[in-house]
Design a protein around this ligand. Sequence first.
Ligand SMILES: Cc1cc2nc3c(=O)[nH]c(=O)nc-3n(C[C@H](O)[C@H](O)[C@H](O)COP(=O)(O)O)c2cc1C
Length: 229
Amino acid sequence: MTWLDLGNPRPRSEAQRYTPVHWPQGKRIPLQPLAKLSSDDSLFKRSFMDLAIRRRSAREFAPLPLDRLGWLLALANQQLACGPQHLGFPLTQRPSPSAGAIHPVHLIAQNLELGGWNRYDPMGHELVSVPGGPDVHVVRKAMDELVTAPAATLLLLVAEPGKTAAKYLNSDSLVWRDAGILLGYLSLAAEALGLAFVPLGITGEPWAGKLVDEPGLAGVGAALVGARV
Ligand SMILES: Cc1cc2nc3c(=O)[nH]c(=O)nc-3n(C[C@H](O)[C@H](O)[C@H](O)COP(=O)(O)O)c2cc1C
């Protein structure tokens, strides 16, 4: 086999300024804040040890209510604090760690209720529709070949590698590791919320890179999530 050596990342002697991809401003769908979770929810009753030991991938899904989707996204990716902007975009703190606090991976959600593609806005804790983009039916058909789950919500992990490259040389492996850690957080958060979740072994290419009409995005993973059957 050939192992693709992505090189050893190291900070640039001088960070570059990066202009982020421009996402079209579609319809905004506010999500329930975590504060709205009922204290009766399983999230408050189970220890981390219980979650870590009992988490299992699931491959049968019922439709996911929007409030649960919001809580899942928040537990992995909501912006909790904002830092300096010298790279051309704010560094942020979120539940999952990210190399350089850059958080280059966007979460894109799609399901029957939402219809098309929707980007999670980690600052506003909202979904923002992404008009256009690749044909939803073509992408879902490709996902169905891995796990047949028409009722599930599809999450695409879509990286903006230029963000991490603004600070680091040989930055690609950092982006992949950020994507992996995000999948890990999502899988544990799904378990905590009593949801069915499975990562998918595809990157999301060639579709993820076509969500906007400009270069700069790359698919780095996908997952299915839903209510348990
Ligand atoms: C990066 C990654 C890709 C995966 N891809 C798939 C997939 O395409 N189809 C699938 O059914 N499960 C997929 N899985 C789930 C694994 O099969 C599952 O994690 C493994 O069997 C262990 O089971 P557990 O998650 O219940 O511990 C993937 C998991 C990871 C971490």
